[in-house]
Ligand binder design. Structure first.
Ligand SMILES: O=C(O)C(=O)C[C@]1(C(=O)O)C=C[C@@H](O)C=C1
Length: 366
């Protein structure tokens, strides 16, 4: 192509970029006005249902060739910047940096939010309870390894609500300083990550001892300081800690998803496709397990999940966690919950929030 033609094409790109910039500023002014309109009202600045509707509409209307995945990433940052013009957002997450929870927080809130790494799940809850962060992000369950008990237990004594969920595809990498598998004498990671790669490790690294550490990022940090240590961690951790990929995608289950929760003080608006989480303990009566689900089956309410956890205070008594499809303000959901309450020692609605799709991973993980 002649240089002249190339220049012409670039001039066209410049003109379009100018228009995009102009439109971005028009949008920003409207977002600021939306923020002002919310001040002093009971409306929240962060509205996950509205964000979900924006992505759904844009990806449906997109005629291409700009890929839908890129549409979401671009609008993620536009909305993140808009939200932060309305109210600078502080979001606590289970740290340290470059863990999968950090990725989930970035995916949900974009890069304009101030993301604050915390040392433990209780510390994330406390940061939000005390108002030092607007929201918190914590892991709650993995498709291979099951629930993160610590997170569910926290809701027993906390008044915080579940206000959004994030599904993240988790891809693990074996990382080391040199990238040479022959040099590896020890493999370190978070116990859940080691468990998610159990079969691969048995087949390929059976003689190498494994060690649990607090997070995948802590594992990456250890590997940076010692050539004989390999970490199982995200690709983002490889970049941050300057590690080489010995082997990518070593998780046993290629559909390895982790579900994270956004916790906050206020239930968000209905989105039309919501999930409601409740926790309760039932009275010890004959047929109780059957009767506790009856209010939902009678109204044809779908259950997405049921979990039970032993109660710390009382031996052989259990707390149940139930996820229902629908919003706590839907009349039939509200009725079913009230009916269940009559069989319970205690029952707490943990929140209603938009059902997450299997969010595209943010790329760095691959
Ligand atoms: O619609 C709103 O309530 C807004 O605050 C605007 C906006 C946006 O930029 O589109 C910003 C943040 C919210 O989480 C959702 C949407």
């Amino acid at each position: 192509m002649a240089n002249q033609d190339l220049n012409k094409l670039r001039q066209n790109i410049d003109l379009i970029d100018n228009e995009i910039l102009d439109l971005l500023n028009q949008r920003a002014n409207i977002a600021i006005a939306v923020g002002k309109a919310k001040e002093g009202s009971d409306k929240t600045f962060y509205v996950p249902s509205r964000e979900k509707a924006i992505y759904a509409r844009l990806t449906q209307n997109n005629c291409g060739p700009f890929p839908n995945d890129a549409v979401c990433k671009v609008f993620r940052e536009i909305i993140s910047a808009s939200l932060n013009m309305e109210m600078p957002m502080k979001v606590a997450f289970l740290g340290p940096q470059s863990t999968f929870t950090h990725m989930a927080a970035m995916l949900q809130f974009g890069l304009s939010a101030q993301l604050i790494p915390m040392k433990s799940i209780p510390a994330v809850f406390e940061e939000v309870e005390r108002g030092r962060a607007h929201y918190g992000v914590v892991p709650v369950e993995n498709s291979t390894e099951g629930v993160v008990n610590h997170t569910l237990d926290m809701f027993f004594n906390s008044e915080l609500q579940m206000i959004a969920e994030v599904m993240l595809e988790i891809s693990h990498n074996l990382l080391s300083k040199t990238g040479d598998p022959e040099k590896i004498r020890k493999i370190v990671s978070h116990p859940q990550s080691l468990a998610q790669c159990r079969h691969w490790l048995e087949t390929n690294m059976a003689d190498i001892p494994q060690m649990d550490v607090a997070s995948t990022a802590a594992a990456a940090q250890l590997a940076t300081g010692d050539e004989s240590v390999a970490a199982i961690a995200s690709h983002a951790a490889a970049v941050q800690y300057d590690l080489q990929v010995v082997k990518a995608k070593i998780e046993d289950n290629p559909n390895n998803f982790t579900r994270f929760l956004v916790i906050g003080k206020k239930t968000p608006e209905k989105s039309g496709a919501d999930k409601t989480s409740i926790m309760f303990s039932v009275k010890d009566e004959p047929g109780i397990l059957y009767r506790m689900l009856e209010p939902f089956s009678q109204r044809q309410i779908n259950l997405a999940k049921i979990e039970s956890r032993p109660m710390k205070e009382k031996a052989w008594e259990y707390i149940f966690f139930l996820d229902l499809i629908g919003h706590a303000e839907d009349p039939e959901i509200a009725e079913a919950i009230e009916e269940l309450r009559s069989h319970c020692h205690f029952l707490k609605i943990l929140g209603s929030y938009p059902i997450a799709g299997n969010e595209s991973s943010i790329g760095e993980q691959r």
